[in-house]
Design a protein around this ligand. Structure first.
Ligand code: PLP
Length: 376
């Protein structure tokens, strides 16, 4: 099928870039002797995850139990569900464990730990559980060195459910210099190892020490004491990652292809058929070095239209303007032309679509990868 037979807006993956991004992190982590547990929340697609594992079914991180179910059905039997557990999901977790899936959950409070222990006792099931540790104050997790962390771990260990610790350095998304990212990675590692050692001091073994985000995974210099690293958005990268210098614009493997549906030279506007339904509402670059609005504009061949961004959106319309207020629209842009929009946040933009159209280095359409969304 030729590209122009596909209705816009659609999602396009540049496979050579996707492959390079996977290769880059694999090489880095291989050199540090630490396995990767990719977070499949970004791609939510079997062919994409198979490509990450070169056809295999390695350990994965999931963000929903729908991902857990789907990948379990396709042979991925080692999973961490890396969102703090809610009691209403425990029956679903039990079903997966009873199907033979080594599914681990995470939690960060005594209430959750008591619920899990009680559920396991009542239903005669073992749910392997990791305690989430907060290394930089950016989201969830128990404070390192705290009484609460030791108490929750002990509760789980007494019930033979404790499996280890999980950390996610969310603060690394605010680190733009190399030194900051290296420090965030080392803080994530060192905090994890400190907690592991404290637990060893009270005879609680920590078989899993799981850390990671895309920035820290790429900038870690040493991973000793860690058993695995997690990262998700690294396969596609996006403008948020480019803005903090984790990748370059040329590494971004995902774009939304859109059609020009209006040109307003008097206003300096180009109207496109990609609004927030296609691009998502994510404005992750709003407070970064370069604000790309709802996305950066490329021509149909993937060449940047310098300074042009999707400045505003409604449901199915996008308005492209120049960031510096230039009103001279490139003269060759006409109604009916196609453009590509690089996403602020690949996970959010991908989640607006149900498939990827995949291109090779020769710009040929070589595959379609179905993807899924939602929770149940
Ligand atoms: C618990 C956890 N681990 C790993 C990741 C992957 O990080 P990234 O999106 O930076 O690839 C995320 C992302 O949200 C996460 O929440």
């Amino acid at each position: 099928m030729p590209w122009n037979a596909i209705e816009t807006p659609y999602l396009r993956v540049d496979q050579p870039r996707f492959d390079n991004n996977i290769q880059r992190l694999n090489c880095h982590l291989n050199a540090l002797n630490t396995p990767l547990r990719p977070h499949v929340k970004t791609v939510k697609s079997l062919p994409a995850v198979k490509a990450i594992f070169n056809g295999g079914t390695g350990p994965i991180t999931v963000s929903t139990l729908k991902e857990a179910d789907f990948f379990a059905q396709h042979g991925f039997d080692d999973q961490i569900y890396a969102v703090g557990i809610a009691e209403n999901k425990l029956p679903h977790v039990k079903r997966l464990i009873e199907q033979g899936i080594d599914l681990k959950i995470i939690l960060e409070s005594e209430t959750q730990a008591c619920n899990v222990v009680e559920f396991c006792r009542l239903h005669d099931v073992v749910i392997p559980t990791l305690v989430e540790v907060d290394c930089d104050g950016s989201r969830a997790g128990l404070t390192p060195d705290s009484q609460a962390l030791m108490a929750v771990s002990q509760l789980l260990a007494d019930a033979q459910l404790f499996k280890g610790v999980l950390l996610h350095a969310g603060g690394s998304y605010g680190c733009s210099t190399r030194a900051e990212k290296v420090a965030a990675a080392e803080n994530e590692r060192a905090t994890a190892v400190r907690v592991k050692d404290q637990l060893a001091g009270v005879d609680i073994a920590c078989p899993i020490v799981s850390i990671g985000s895309t920035p820290t995974a790429h900038f870690a210099q040493d991973l000793s004491g860690v058993t695995e690293v997690r990262a998700g958005v690294y396969v596609f990268f996006d403008l948020v990652m480019a803005n903090i210098n984790v990748c370059s614009l040329d590494d971004i493997a995902l774009s939304v292809v859109t059609t020009v549906i209006g040109v307003k030279p008097e206003k300096g506007w180009i109207l496109i058929d990609a609004g927030w339904m296609a691009l998502s509402r994510d404005r992750g670059t709003a407070h970064q070095a370069i604000d790309y609005g709802y996305g950066m504009v490329l021509d149909a061949a993937g060449r940047p239209l310098d300074g042009w961004v999707v400045e505003s959106t409604s449901q199915e319309h996008g308005i492209i303007k120049h960031r510096a207020g230039l009103t001279d629209i490139p003269s060759d842009i006409q109604v009916g032309d196609q453009l590509r929009i690089l996403p602020n946040h690949a996970c959010a933009t991908a989640s607006q679509f149900d498939k990827y159209y995949v291109s090779n280095a020769e710009d040929e359409l070589i595959d379609e990868w179905p993807r899924f969304n939602y929770w149940t």
